[in-house]
Design a protein around this ligand. Structure first.
Ligand code: BES
Ligand code: MN
Ligand code: ZN
Length: 490
């Protein structure tokens, strides 16, 4: 979809204007005047008050040239924030996407150029739909809008503000596509190919295969992939936007392209959800893409552990003992607790090779996280107040929710093994997300570190507001991009 910025509405077929709650002013007031009060009358007859995220579509009244008019709720006047501006763009698009028209003109002359850009950003995110495998849609069900034309008082300023936002939108959409893609298409090698293609943005990408991983001693990661016909990979992404030699920041992602559970196989019902068990790796890839796309002044590393967890004659067994890259031995009690095995080696590798300022791992790690927080919050487990506070400060600005969880030594005993240094599962289900995080902590030395368990939020089974449509969310790309921008860019 195209976002255009123009100084004048011109001849619009569909004209959308923001309306503040209880205050018809600016562009909307002028429209009402031209239409001899028809806007106010339509509002009164429909309970549309200008509340945020709402809209009222109406035929264009006499005196207005357009064919139809959409009033878009902008909330209380003077209180429009970034998320409110994004919602205006998304709601306007969604109101008319099936109209058969190709262009909607959104008159945001009353907003700042930055807010106009935000609306364009919201429209891009809100228009997302993973539709590549829909071959038989009725023509009237195919979105027709191709262009959102935004009217703003300062076209150059709006365009300049939109450029970095659009790079972030590209990255969120890239991550959403990865998450939504089925596992027969997106296996570890294909994931690696898609990440490699990001070199066109100036990223450096290294792809390691099983022979190299074996040499590095990444046996817990390799053990997860042993039952799969697909080769396991680690992808390493580098963005060098900061000063040369500046210590990098690092992101590490769980990329289990499909999680059957392995020999500890999952029940059939709902197993299809496990195509999105690579949501952490998608978020890391998206974050690096966003940083590169907007040329962030930072050195950043992304490390993705890409595997498929399948049951097979060659698969690892419950009870196996595996030597991790760190040298610590792991007793694999449950082959379905595979994400932590992947991350154990990926975290150790990242820490040893890059000595990062901090590292943040992202993973759809535990079902228990969903039990704890529900489907709208992701958990943070961290050994660093600074890193977790930076995440918690950025998230609300971009509409993502995180909650910090405890990482107490007292549960360490749950992951002690009688025959190895550690086992990959706690006792029963109690505190399952915490014991998983404590497992990861064993593979982190003094590096400031945060683990984000995004099992609840990686996938939206229904839309979470106007800018998060149903499907793959690309969760955490926006938060991490914002955290870097606000705290770590030089
Ligand atoms: N990928 C799952 C966690 C998950 C479940 C993510 C539901 C998203 C939705 C993970 O690999 C897993 O299977 N975890 C087990 C751990 C258990 C065996 C200790 C779980 O949560 O049940
Ligand atoms: Mn699993
Ligand atoms: Zn998993």
């Amino acid at each position: 979809m195209n976002i255009e910025f123009v100084a004048q509405p011109g001849e619009a077929q569909i004209l959308a204007v923001p309306v503040h709650e209880g205050d018809l002013s600016g562009v909307a007031a002028a429209l009402d005047q031209a239409a001899e009060g028809a806007v106010k009358r339509a509002m009164a007859a429909s309970r549309f008050t200008g509340k945020g995220k709402s809209h009222l579509a109406m035929g264009a009244p006499g005196g207005v040239k357009a064919a139809s008019v959409v009033l878009v709720g902008a909330g209380e006047s003077g209180k429009l924030d970034d998320l409110g501006a994004e919602a205006i763009g998304a709601v306007a698009y969604q109101a008319v996407k099936l109209s058969g028209q190709k262009t909607i003109t959104l008159d945001l002359t009353d907003l700042s150029p930055d807010q106009a850009a935000r609306a364009g950003f919201g429209a891009r995110l809100g228009a997302y739909h993973f539709d590549k495998y829909l071959t038989k849609r009725k023509p009237e069900k195919v979105p027709s809008i191709e262009t959102v034309r935004i009217v703003t008082a300062d076209v150059e300023a709006a365009k300049a503000a939109f450029a970095p936002m659009s790079a972030v939108a590209d990255a969120v959409i890239f991550a959403r596509d990865l998450v939504s893609e089925p596992a027969n298409v997106l296996y570890p090698g294909e994931f690696a190919n898609r990440v490699k293609a990001l070199e066109s943005l100036g990223l450096e990408v290294e792809i390691l295969g099983e022979a190299e991983l074996e040499k590095l001693g990444m046996r817990t990661l390799l053990a997860v992939g042993m039952g799969s016909e697909r080769e396991s990979h680690v992808a390493i992404m580098k963005w060098n936007g900061g000063a040369e030699g500046d210590q990098p920041i690092a992101f590490v992602g769980k990329g289990v392209c499909f999680d059957t559970g392995g020999i500890s196989i999952k029940p059939a019902e709902g197993m299809e959800d496990m195509k999105w068990d690579m949501g952490g790796a998608a978020a890391v890839a998206g974050t690096l893409m966003a940083l590169a796309g907007r040329k962030a002044k930072v050195n950043a590393i992304g490390v993705l552990g890409l595997v498929e967890n399948m049951p097979d004659g060659r698969a690892q067994r419950p009870g196996d003992v595996v030597v991790s890259m760190s040298g610590q031995t792991v007793e694999v009690i449950n082959t379905d607790a595979e994400g932590r095995l992947v991350l154990a080696d990926a975290l150790w590798y990242t820490q040893e090779r890059f000595k990062p300022k901090f590292m943040i791992d992202l993973a759809t790690l535990t079902g228990a996280m969903i039990v704890s927080l529900g489907l709208e919050y992701a958990g943070i487990f961290s050994n660093s107040d600074e890193v977790s506070d930076a995440i918690l400060a950025a998230a609300p600005k971009v509409g993502e929710n995180f909650w910090r969880m405890p990482l107490p030594d007292i549960y360490e005993r749950h992951i002690e093994s009688p025959i190895a240094d550690i086992k990959n599962m706690g006792n029963g289900r109690a505190g399952g997300s915490i014991t998983a995080a404590l497992f990861l902590k064993r593979f982190v030395n003094d590096t400031p570190w945060a683990h984000l368990d995004i099992a609840p939020t990686a996938w939206a089974s229904k839309a979470h507001g106007p800018t998060v449509p149903e499907g793959g969310v690309g969760f955490a790309v926006r938060t991490l991009d914002r955290m870097v921008a606000d705290t770590y860019e030089s």
